[in-house]
Design a protein around this ligand. Structure first.
Ligand code: ADP
Length: 378
């Protein structure tokens, strides 16, 4: 039996709809540039066809649909005895970054909160570790200069980073994440008693004076509230997006609204809200308690036009793990709570990647469609 040609395989793949291209534009995986490789091997019963497609991020939810569609399309080709669909991750970068002071960094994402104590640092740290677990190159800046908790949570509270001969600091590395924090530059129990402009200068140094190297994502644990540091950061380093962490109470949403307004004024794209301590599930009985009452985050987010990216429970493992310097995403990878952080990381990465893609599309149409589309009749 004659084996299919490369052109026939490409033709078959043109029936595979790319779920990440807005429906109103509509595109198949060939024209959106996802096909990375095609291998055709002759066999006694027919050809074995292998196709490699790109995903926008690790854990990309588009994978299942792409696999099912591509396998069906290949199976339907005459002369095909077997088919295999593989994936590689090719995360589009934020075009905001490339022209900025952090050219090797794909995306800078801020993690903010309307107020302290809602679990912002916990989310930032576990998000960074989860992204690293997924295979991304990840950095973490603790920009919560006056309340740095990253050194303890990352398990290197008493380690001071080195500066090289060019006075650039090498970030610390643990759990697969490169990080810096003012907490590592001053003593563990020293307080930072500075006026606003000094804090602003110090925080920009955590970006400028650190040898970050190449990173897919740089997570920034922002200070709570709407103060100077966030303002300085957003104006100095274009953030690809911001997450806002909140507990479920109605009063907490008032703080969220203020934080979201601030990001909007600073032209920082709010990727969405992460609800933390949404409920507690007793490990012995499995009974669920809504400690802060039945949260109305879904309604609040809908009314405000915000995406609710995830709802994390108050989990008995989280605090002790963070205090011991082994966040659950590093020390309890198989646990339900670590799985939730891992899922949240996939959602956030996808949002960043799609935004990167859309920006590149706004800059250069061909980057979105592989090759510039040919006008009908041309
Ligand atoms: P923030 O950065 O908003 O001030 P932290 O991340 O420091 O808040 O969290 C405050 C406290 O709450 C810490 O002791 C942390 O371990 C705990 N915590 C945060 N999120 C959770 C959670 N989902 N389950 C249990 N404890 C949590």
């Amino acid at each position: 039996m004659s084996q299919p040609t490369r052109e026939a395989v490409l033709q078959a793949l043109r029936t595979v709809v790319d779920p990440d291209v807005p429906a109103e534009i509509g595109a198949d995986v060939v024209s959106s540039g996802r096909v990375q490789d095609i291998a055709i091997e002759a066999g006694p019963m027919g050809a074995n066809v292998g196709v490699t497609l790109s995903l926008l991020c690790p854990g990309d939810p588009a994978e299942a649909s792409l696999r099912a569609q591509a396998e069906a399309a290949l199976r339907a080709l005459p002369g095909v005895a077997g088919q295999a669909v593989e994936f590689v991750v090719d995360m589009p970068t934020s075009h905001l970054q490339t022209a900025s002071r952090l050219p090797g960094v794909g995306h800078v994402i801020g993690v903010g909160a309307g107020k302290g104590g809602v679990g912002k640092s916990t989310v930032a740290v576990n998000l960074a570790v989860a992204m690293a677990n997924a295979g991304l190159r990840v950095g973490l800046v603790d920009a919560d200069i006056q309340g740095p908790s990253v050194p303890i949570m990352m398990g290197l509270a008493d380690v001071r980073p080195f500066a090289d001969e060019e006075r650039k600091i090498a970030p610390l590395l643990n759990h697969g994440v490169r990080f810096v924090s003012m907490g590592n530059l001053i003593g563990r129990d020293d307080a930072v008693v500075w006026r606003g402009p000094m804090v602003g200068r110090a925080v920009t140094q955590l970006f400028d004076d650190v040898r970050w190297g190449e990173l897919d994502v740089l997570v920034v644990d922002l200070p709570p509230g709407t103060g100077d540091v966030v303002l300085t950061l957003a104006q100095t380093f274009p953030l690809a997006g911001a997450l806002v962490v909140s507990t479920p109470q109605d009063v907490a949403f008032a703080d969220v609204t203020r934080a979201v307004k601030m990001f909007e004024m600073l032209k920082v794209d709010v990727v969405g809200l992460v609800e933390n301590m949404a409920y507690f599930q007793a490990p012995d009985t499995g009974k669920r308690y809504e400690i802060f009452g039945p949260g109305r985050m879904v309604e609040h987010c809908r009314a405000r036009g915000l995406a609710l990216l995830g709802s994390l429970p108050l989990d008995i493992q989280v605090s002790p793990a963070s205090d011991a310097g082994h966040p659950v995403t590093a020390s309890a990878k198989g646990s339900e709570i670590a799985g939730m952080f891992q899922a949240l990381a996939a959602v956030v990465c996808k949002q960043l990647a799609v935004r990167g893609l859309q920006r590149s599309r706004a800059v250069d149409h061909s980057a979105f469609f592989g090759a510039a589309p040919v006008a009908a009749g041309a």
